[in-house]
Design a protein around this ligand. Sequence first.
Ligand SMILES: Nc1ncnc2c1ncn2[C@@H]1O[C@H](COP(=O)(O)OP(=O)(O)OP(=O)(O)O)[C@@H](O)[C@H]1O
Ligand SMILES: [Mg+2]
Length: 248
Amino acid sequence: MLARDLARSLDPIEFAVDAGLDPDEWQRDLLIGDDRKILLNCCRQSGKSTTAAMLALHDAFYSAPSLTILISPSQRQSTELFRKVATFYHHVEGAPEAELESALRLELKNGSRIVSLPGSEATVRGYSAANTVVIDEASRVPDDLIAAVRPMLATTRGRMIGLSTPYGKRGWFYETWENGADWKKVRITADDCPRITPEFLEDERREMGEWLFRQEYYCEFVDTEEQFFSSAVIEAALKDTGGPLWSG
Ligand SMILES: Nc1ncnc2c1ncn2[C@@H]1O[C@H](COP(=O)(O)OP(=O)(O)OP(=O)(O)O)[C@@H](O)[C@H]1O
Ligand SMILES: [Mg+2]
């Protein structure tokens, strides 16, 4: 068991397999990588939450004592994300014993904690010195919440991972995807996901309409149909401050 544990500790892919996941190529890259600022712009059901859950668990086992904070926009999503962590945890033979386990939190006897929080500033304040902060559905998390979590990484040189499908040309996820030069960026479309079939996609395209389909399955930051002016028009208007709008 000791040898197995050492192998898992050194090789997060072996760990994932022991936890019940055979990771895709891009998931493998993330599991073994040591990037500290990561954005995953990956299509629906590609496995981004799964990957984040696995990263969190590997940290909790082998970088103890560590604190991982998982943030999602809603209570339901926090519970869903944590459920992935718990499922993997219970799958690993010889896992470190739990001190406490609830629907949103795992505390191990080795001192590591994984805490899943619904996204409001009030819930995240009070946590400090996190080793990893995961922001799931990041395009739908308010910017002030992102601002509230960043200081948690100040003293640990910890890792921040934002994962999402796009949600229009706005907010932290979009801005960082476009302009964050020192972020590792991973884009996985439906064509890259072996579990999504062309037939399913064809069906989705027909039923969802084009822009939503491109957003959800092809990782595009498209403007929404409800938006009266396109982002391009708004941006042009904001830049074009050379003269009065009305004259005479
Ligand atoms: N490497 C893999 N092999 C097999 N199944 C996988 C793999 N990665 C993820 N899955 C499965 O695919 C499904 C979607 O995974 P997950 O919920 O992580 O995707 P997601 O990108 O977060 O999706 P969403 O955008 O809907 O939140 C889950 O049932 C998960 O168990
Ligand atoms: Mg998800």
